[in-house]
Design a protein around this ligand. Structure first.
Ligand code: ME8
Length: 510
């Protein structure tokens, strides 16, 4: 039986259209899902939309629409973005689905039975934009009033509320982090979360009564569940909880929740506490990605500096966008989005480095080898060195992608591609054509084999272009897993006519 791998994105709020920030986490999760499938895992990849709560209710009211109609429209936009980004998600969950109500109610009841829920009254600060409660000591004064540390305006809330006994979970959470050192990542976020929990936890308000757009609390429908209790539960709704005999339950606990760093606390503190209280195993790892910024500011709906990922993919090609986003910024760090840098990488790394290496090798094979894969000839030191670098790629990527160091993994491939370009320049197969035709064949065979490895391991990042490259290298569609690299392609494999995979982009001048 294949080992399982369950990866998720956050479920996105449907208060506005999707932007490149959302596409970023979705693409990273897709790279992880595709990588694990390539490595022989049985993968479940979930994404979706977070549709309840005050923020969404307010956005619907501002649009003059009934909330359900409003969320249906925006969720459809997120589904379209997901598909356009090439996401291979196995499911798309919406929190307004009936099955989610069932799961949330079941989880609530289990936590209540464990004695972790009590009725009280909340009096304090709430930021609708963050859907989060804040302590007075966390707020900063501004001319327009008090602000949350995220810059979101806060309001004073007084209402009856159910509470989760989070304070009582402090020691158990710290013991859990201690026993599971991979749970909190990357280290910057890990340190923040550890110091937050060590600083002491207060009980968490988990229901609201001042609005109605949410899931009713079991037995007390005057309350709706706090939107984060509702939202986090999506990860187990999708697997069929509470029906533990559901086929998909074999994917729990999740192997990887990818989230933006601003929502690390919800996933790293509240979520494992809710689960442990209900007697459910917590996820294995939560990794917080950094922020894509534009001129130093986080790309976000509230700042209004957003870029449409679908328009970008239409204009520059999806794989160039995916490549840029995964390559440019070390995953986990903040980094600036720049159109210039995107086009720069497209032209240098894709068109020049990889595209040219493939195009030069494949067109020589087409012209001089009858479009067939030549046999492996006597191996020189240069051949062996390049082959060894390529052969090391699967392990090198595995080690990096297991830590979500996606950009580092790509760099390993580029080391091989750069070495491949030096190799072709040094061996000069175009000159060997006249002096030593057998050696020319051997050189081209080395290049074809090395390109096959590079294209195989790059499939998760650039699925369409690497499929096209593997077609041209004569690799059958059912022989494109990492395990297939152990078997050489037969000599004489017919190669289809080569076609450039990566176009150069020249900016129109105004
Ligand atoms: O927080 N840079 O939804 P949301 C990097 N519904 N990532 C970004 C980004 C940026 N500039 N902007 C958005 C929510 N993201 C909740 C989640 S989960 C149970 C509930 C990504 O619509 C990043 O993953 O505000 C971030 O955490 C997420 O989109 C926030 O989406």
């Amino acid at each position: 039986m294949k080992p399982t791998f369950y990866v998720t994105t956050p479920i996105y709020y449907v208060n506005g259209a999707p932007h490149v920030g959302h596409a970023y986490t979705t693409i990273a999760a897709d790279v992880m899902a595709r990588w694990k499938r390539l490595d022989g895992y049985d993968v479940f990849f979930l994404t979706g939309t977070d549709e309840h709560g005050q923020k969404v209710e307010k956005a619907a009211a501002d649009a003059g629409m009934p909330p359900q109609l409003f969320v249906d429209g925006i969720s459809a936009q997120f589904q379209a973005m997901t598909a356009r980004m090439g996401s291979s998600n196995d499911a798309f969950i919406r929190t307004t689905e009936e099955r989610h109500k069932v799961t949330c109610s079941a989880l609530w009841e289990r936590v209540a039975e464990a004695g972790d829920i009590y009725l009280g009254g909340y009096e304090g600060w709430y930021a609708i934009r963050d859907e989060a409660f804040y302590g007075a000591d966390e707020l900063v004064d501004s001319p327009g009033g008090k602000l949350a540390p995220t810059g979101a305006p806060v309001e004073w809330v007084t209402e009856p509320s159910y509470f989760f006994r989070l304070a009582a979970w402090q020691e158990r959470l710290l013991a859990f982090y201690e026993a599971n050192p991979d749970f909190l990542a990357p280290s910057s976020t890990r340190n923040e979360v550890l110091s937050f929990v060590r600083g002491g936890l207060t009980d968490l308000s988990i229901s609201r009564t001042s609005f109605t757009w949410g899931i009713p609390v079991p037995g007390d429908p005057a309350h709706v569940m706090y939107v984060w209790f509702d939202a986090l539960t999506n990860y187990i709704t999708a697997l069929g909880y509470p029906a533990k005999d559901a086929d998909l339950w074999r994917f729990w606990p999740a192997d990887l929740h990818l989230v933006g760093k601003e929502i690390a606390r919800f996933h790293m503190v509240f979520w494992p506490a809710f689960l442990m209280s209900a007697g459910i195993a917590p996820p294995r790892r939560v990794f917080a990605n950094g922020w894509l910024t534009i001129e130093g500011e986080k790309m976000s709906k509230s700042v209004g500096n957003v870029i449409d990922p679908m328009a970008l993919a239409d204009e520059l090609g999806l794989d160039a966008v995916r490549f840029y986003l995964m390559r440019e910024v070390p995953f986990g760090n903040d980094g600036n989005y720049s159109r210039r840098a995107l086009i720069g990488r497209m032209n240098t790394e894709l068109a020049n480095d990889l595209g040219n290496l493939a195009q030069r090798s494949l067109s020589l094979l087409a012209k001089n080898c009858d479009g067939k894969l030549p046999p492996v000839g006597p191996t020189t030191e240069d051949d062996a060195a390049l082959r060894a670098m390529a052969a090391a790629l699967p392990d090198a990527l595995r080690a990096r992608l297991d830590r979500q160091a996606i950009g580092d993994g790509i760099e390993e491939v580029w080391k091989v591609i750069r070495a491949g370009n030096s190799y072709i320049d040094k061996q000069a197969p175009w000159a060997l054509r006249k002096t030593d035709i057998d050696r020319m064949g051997s050189v081209l065979r080395v290049l074809a084999d090395v390109l096959r490895v590079a294209a195989t391991v790059l499939q998760p990042v650039m699925p369409d272009s690497m499929a096209a490259m593997l077609d041209q290298l004569g690799v059958p569609p059912d022989r494109r897993l990492l395990a297939d690299l152990a078997t050489a392609l037969p000599d004489g494999t017919v190669l289809p006519a080569p076609q450039g995979v990566f176009p150069r982009h020249v900016e129109a001048t105004a």
